[in-house]
Design a protein around this ligand. Structure first.
Ligand SMILES: Cc1cc2nc3c(=O)[nH]c(=O)nc-3n(C[C@H](O)[C@H](O)[C@H](O)COP(=O)(O)O)c2cc1C
Length: 242
């Protein structure tokens, strides 16, 4: 099984997204998958310019030459695409959105009805069969992920992929103050990676365990008070405190 994972965080591997993806990746590799990880922040991918050359002039090939070529090569080989993303203003980070928009180079201009009965563009070339969302957020409520999940499912539908799972771990503001609080979830993500590599599926019990927030809102708020004290110190040091 070949897996392409794109880390959408502006902080690349240094953030919480990077920790989550590293754990899932360890499991995937241990289970025998061939994994390629790309960091959107390190890629030079210009936004789509809507020239539609990929539809009408050079079918299936984007007119812009940049690091998207590398992403396309990975997409064409992978059977699973992992979109690893922090929530940025209730959506994907711009670096990752640029990649997602440029993925339309696989679409034909014609129309076809998808299995759900919606009109879509057929594909020039097959995308990975499965998409998986791995996400984190600064705020603690699982509902924070609703816009990202809606977008993820719509993206999967656009590309005729199966939205295999959404693994969403909220509360990164507090998790960064207590990195060890994430450890049990990292172990679950390693298990998930192994299961994905060997069975190509994730069972619902494991998915539900991963999606149980590492910290309750009360725990988050308690740690949040420490976090705010650090914020005040940093602002005072910068001469910007109130
Ligand atoms: C530009 C920007 C927008 C953000 N918007 C949200 C948001 O809408 N909701 C939220 O819960 N967290 C938001 N966050 C917090 C990030 O999701 C959080 O810090 C996450 O840990 C960043 O991922 P990383 O640790 O992998 O860098 C935002 C962060 C940034 C930098």
């Amino acid at each position: 099984m070949e897996v392409l994972a794109i880390n959408g965080s502006a902080r690349g591997g240094r953030g919480v997204t990077g920790r989550l993806l590293a754990a899932l990746g360890e499991g995937l590799t241990a289970g025998g998958a061939k994994l390629q990880v790309l960091e959107a922040a390190k890629l030079k991918v210009a936004p789509c310019i809507a020239c539609l050359a990929c539809m009408f002039k050079t079918p299936g090939v984007c007119a812009q030459r940049d690091d998207m070529d590398q992403v396309v090569e990975g997409l064409r080989q992978a059977s699973l695409l992992v979109l690893a993303a922090p929530v940025y203003t209730d959506g994907y980070p711009a670096q990752l959105k640029a990649v997602l928009d440029r993925m339309i180079c696989c679409l034909q201009p014609y129309l076809t009805r998808d299995p759900a009965g919606r009109e879509r563009h057929p594909l020039w070339w097959p995308m990975p069969r499965d998409f998986l969302l791995l996400a984190t957020s600064g705020f603690p409520e699982p509902a924070t992920f609703a816009p990202l999940i809606a977008n993820f499912r719509a993206q999967a539908a656009n590309f005729f992929a199966r939205p295999l799972a959404e693994l969403c771990l909220p509360g990164s503001i507090a998790l960064q103050m207590r990195p060890q609080a994430l450890e049990p979830h990292l172990e679950l993500l390693r298990r998930a990676g192994r299961a994905l590599a060997s069975e190509g599926e994730l069972d619902q019990t494991l998915t539900a365990a991963i999606n149980r927030p590492p910290l309750s809102v009360d725990q988050y708020l308690e740690i949040g008070r420490e976090y705010e004290a650090v914020c005040r110190q940093r602002l005072a040091k910068a001469g910007a405190g109130s």
